[in-house]
Design a protein around this ligand. Sequence first.
Ligand SMILES: Nc1ncnc2c1ncn2[C@@H]1O[C@H](COP(=O)(O)OP(=O)(O)OP(=O)(O)O)[C@@H](O)[C@H]1O
Ligand SMILES: [Mg+2]
Length: 391
Amino acid sequence: MTGKLRFERPELAAKMAASVSGRQKWNSDADGLFLAAPRRTGKSTFLKGDLRPALEALGAEVIYLDFWSNLRLDPAELLYAEISRALLANAGFVARMAERTALTKVQIGAGGGSLAFDPTRIGKAPGSSLMAALRELAEVTGKAIALILDEAQHLTVSPRGEDVLKELKAARDTLNQPDNIVLMLVMSGSDRDKLGRLTNSKAAAFYGSKVKLLPLLDGYYVGWLTGLLAQSNPKLGAINIGALSHAFELLGHRPKVMDDAISNALNPVTCGGLAFEAAVLDHAQAIIRAEYEQYSDRFIARTAMQKAILTVLMESGDTFSPYGATTLKAISDVVGKRATATSVQGALEALRKLDPPMVWKSNRGEYGLDDLGMVDWYEQLTTRGEWPPTA
Ligand SMILES: Nc1ncnc2c1ncn2[C@@H]1O[C@H](COP(=O)(O)OP(=O)(O)OP(=O)(O)O)[C@@H](O)[C@H]1O
Ligand SMILES: [Mg+2]
């Protein structure tokens, strides 16, 4: 994406960077910034395109990692590899050569600096803990380190990921002083509840921190988009921003989906003879209808027990504890017969094994919906009195 085709949010990013780097006493996020926003609303784009440069402008060495980039590798492995890469990149040519020849103590340059350990063995060899690696990186670069962990809730699905979270907290507490923040942590996720697993129980590594919502792209984005449209399609004349904003809201503030609606509206074959704005809205409604139909089809195909579990999950959100008496009763009420812990567990596992999964599970046995968009779908059908969907 070129600069011109991306709507930039430098002010928002600068504010966040200042709070996460401990430059302000109040509203500080120096303990860690936890940011949630729904799927496809531009989290990764903002983190990489706006927040990363804002942190770099404050002099930080930034490591960005999206845990969804490789779901087959343990998230702990992904993080170690990324930090190792950063260490090697900063250690320079001599160190990289030394790494190739498998030296464990790596000389940096002729001046004689050295890495204290083999950076490819982070988390594996004594003395090369995550904390040691981060401290080393801060020393080698002479900078504070900012770790941006995208889809960080993924760390909670593996036991090693859980360990990494604890190590990160310990590293933060050891390396940071109120007036000298060496390690900044930014964690983002698509699902507030899942990200909340990192912060909201006493056993959670970042207990006490709060998940904040990353502001959604709003009217300013639509204004910018309208400017682009007017430039590239002068024939459209004056464009009604209000109508486009309405379509963008309807589409859940998702830029790419909005682009699809606009592309269709611009196409003389698919615009249906409507005025441009009306055609965008028409396509937006069709897109949402199709998405909801997909939810309905997937839901209808489930067993009665699975349907009951999904319904209770959509109702209860964060408070869902699958084998508690209240949940079992709620599921029993929906399914119309007594649900046991065993039958619920079997159904939950089946929902997790679907491709794509409908249910998400943390390493500690907490469950949630995999796709939070189902909640909007459920709410719309219940409001209209059309629940449950039928074939
Ligand atoms: N500021 C922006 N300007 C223009 N396009 C954007 C902007 N932010 C996001 N997009 C577009 O929206 C789509 C989704 O963006 P992105 O991948 O950043 O969202 P996400 O919330 O991280 O999604 P996911 O939930 O899949 O991780 C991409 O096609 C991206 O190019
Ligand atoms: Mg993303």
